[in-house]
Write a protein of this length. Structure first.
Length: 153
């Protein structure tokens, strides 16, 4: 693709399409809402996802992850363009870091959030990679990484 094509120019200038911006705002809102749930009415439900092998109080884990989610959500909504790729990688890393909780919920067969069957808990596991990809796409992190690879050739 030559440097005059719209896609390449968008990547180099860091522009964000309305769809990508909407995706970032939706993800930020989702994270902030989930984080508030960690800290309030859904606190007990979220404890079902804390793996039993984590040597910390489950309530502490839920509160800490809730604070991180609220923070990530707020920053996704407000971050200047230059910080968005790094934020995308941080958000993706968060989704990877909490994945063992989803696996633990499946393996221990703990019901929460309407996930009251092995099938429902298994399907939930496949949603986590979607969240990782969403964070990388909506923040432009994936494009920034690909652009840097091309520039280093």
């Amino acid at each position: 693709m030559d440097s005059k094509s719209p896609r390449s120019a968008e990547s180099l200038q860091g522009r964000s399409s309305p769809l990508r911006t909407g995706g970032r705002f939706l993800l930020g809102g989702f994270l902030a809402t989930a984080g508030i749930g960690h800290l309030t009415s859904l606190r007990q439900e979220f404890q079902a996802q804390v793996p039993p092998w984590i040597p910390l109080d489950p309530d502490f884990v839920i509160v800490a992850s809730g604070v991180v989610e609220v923070g990530l959500g707020a920053v996704l909504l407000l971050a200047p363009r230059a910080l968005r790729p790094a934020l995308g990688w941080a958000t993706a890393a968060f989704f990877v870091a909490v994945f063992p909780g989803n696996v633990a919920q499946y393996l221990t067969r703990r019901d929460a959030f309407g996930l009251n069957s092995d099938e429902a808990r298994l399907v939930r596991l496949f949603f986590q990679p979607v969240l990782v990809a969403w964070a990388l796409w909506a923040t432009g992190a994936w494009n920034a990484w690909r652009t840097s690879l091309r520039a280093n050739r």
